[in-house]
Design a protein around this ligand. Structure first.
Ligand code: MN
Length: 132
């Protein structure tokens, strides 16, 4: 067993692969196909990832604020504290904060690292939920 102390976590400023300002706390980074990566991520209002996939899928637990997330061929949706957003392996998607406040989630990424493809930004149209 290992304890990974919170005091040893170094926040990273996510300049690549994000629109707007995002801070990442790498809580656990295991390598290999059986590994697990856990990140706590703080998004300023309106900020979001670029389009990407996770070879092992991804579960996001929203800790605070209102999340906006979307997947290829699906409308943008919102999620709130305690909600878990699951994305299956290989599905193109994005996630971030709603426009009116910050959002914090914890991301659980099993398996291989994130595939950012051609690093495409989420457009204003893609960011808007239907009727939003
Ligand atoms: Mn993701």
């Amino acid at each position: 067993m290992e304890v990974h102390p919170a005091s040893k976590v170094t926040s990273l400023f996510g300049s690549d692969h994000f629109s707007g300002r995002v801070w990442l706390d790498p809580l656990l980074e295991q390598g290999g196909a059986d590994g697990l990566r856990i990140y706590r991520v703080f998004f300023e209002p309106g900020s979001r990832t670029h389009w990407h996939t996770h070879p092992g899928g991804q579960s996001l637990m929203i800790l605070a604020g209102t999340a906006r997330t979307g997947a290829e061929g699906e409308p943008a949706v919102e999620a709130g504290p305690g909600d878990v957003v699951y994305t299956p392996p290989g599905q193109w998607h994005w996630h971030g904060a709603g426009p009116d406040g910050y959002m914090i989630h914890v991301a659980f990424n099993p398996g291989a690292k994130t595939d950012w493809g051609d690093d495409r930004e989420v457009t204003a149209e893609e960011y808007e939920p239907p009727g939003g």
